[in-house]
Design a protein around this ligand. Structure first.
Ligand code: SF4
Length: 328
């Protein structure tokens, strides 16, 4: 369904979209880079309002969020469109194409949330949620008007302008933000974007809500110990409590590099742990992804795949009293 774009600037015969740092110039009938925004009859519109390509119930650990409502489920949904063009995209069918959709109204979606067992709330994920901004903003705002205990989660590439981000953040409880690498070369070459706006989203969002970061380590591109160090140092400069998920890459879509060596992932993880309290590994079987107290080493959360056992009642260590960055 069409919906007027919320952030734009009128130019002569054209419109500048101001949702994300691409700031595309939109013309009648011509889409911006995300392929969801264009001008129609002189009005800038997004064509994916309420249009859902995927919906399901996931363990919240799958987002991944390890320090936010552990062991809960979360209603997860996405639309189509993305403002990045990552060569390794896991969801290119919906991010780079326009597949079949089903329309779900704001009310219908909100009414579904309480029908799900052990549910933490709703997560906008699968494609880039900020490309679905007009819809997620209305859903998130409405949810918080109705019931503040329903959590709103965003799983994002972090490529958004300041104004729309700040407008949405009061209604968001948790985000997992991709920090895809730590060089402009990587962002330009592999993702079709720039690094700095993502860093800015991380800085700003962490002041408003729970934040975790994911980096996909791609063989021969961003899997060096040096890059892991830079990523960890940047996150620590924001807050050393922010959990970092280092995930193993497998060939997908246009990227043909071999799967990242497990030893490289483990070296990156070891390096990142010098700067951050919580570093986890994704897409590798048999690694220890438990949460331990950073002060005394006490086991706080045991994870085996998506099976989770929690050994803490409040957000502090039962043994030494150290406060833990976690929302239970
Ligand atoms: S949201 Fe889409 S149209 Fe708008 S600036 Fe970003 S990529 Fe371009």
């Amino acid at each position: 369904m069409d919906h007027k774009v919320l952030f734009y600037e009128e130019l002569e015969q054209k419109v500048r979209c101001k949702v994300c740092p691409h700031n595309c110039i939109l013309e009648e009938g011509k889409f911006g880079l995300c392929r969801v925004r264009k001008v129609k009859s002189n009005v800038p519109i997004a064509i994916n309002y309420g249009e859902v390509t995927s919906i399901g119930v996931d363990p919240i650990e799958k987002k991944p969020l390890y320090h936010f409502k552990p062991s809960k489920n979360i209603l997860s949904l996405g639309s189509f469109g993305c403002n990045m063009t990552c060569s390794f995209c896991q969801n290119y069918e919906i991010s780079q194409n326009k597949p079949k959709t089903q329309y779900i109204s704001v009310e219908e979606l909100i009414n579904t949330i309480p029908t799900i067992e052990n549910n933490a709330g709703v997560a906008f994920t699968y494609n880039e949620p900020f490309m679905w901004y007009e819809y997620i903003y209305e859903v998130a705002k409405k949810i918080k008007e109705l019931n503040k205990d329903i959590n709103v989660v965003i799983v994002t590439n972090g490529y958004i302008n300041e104004e729309p981000l700040l407008k949405l953040l009061p209604f968001v409880d948790a985000m997992n933000i991709d920090l895809k690498g730590y060089t402009n070369r990587y962002y330009n070459k592999i993702c079709g974007a720039k690094l700095e706006p993502v860093l800015e989203t991380i800085r700003k969002s962490s002041k408003h809500c729970h934040v975790e970061i994911t980096t996909l380590l791609v063989s021969d591109e961003n899997d060096s110990v040096e890059e892991a160090r830079e990523i960890a140092q940047f996150i620590a400069s924001v807050d050393q409590n922010i959990p970092l998920h280092l995930s193993r890459y497998f060939p997908k879509y246009k990227m043909e590099n071999h799967a990242t060596e497990v030893e490289k992932i483990m070296s990156a993880c070891k390096e990142a742990k010098k700067y951050l309290k919580y570093v986890y590994v994704g897409n590798v079987m048999g690694v220890d992804n438990n949460t331990y107290c950073s002060k005394c080493g006490n086991l706080l959360i045991r994870r085996d795949g998506y099976s989770v056992e929690i050994f803490m009642k409040e957000n502090k260590c039962d043994k030494c009293g150290e406060s833990i960055y976690i929302v239970l």
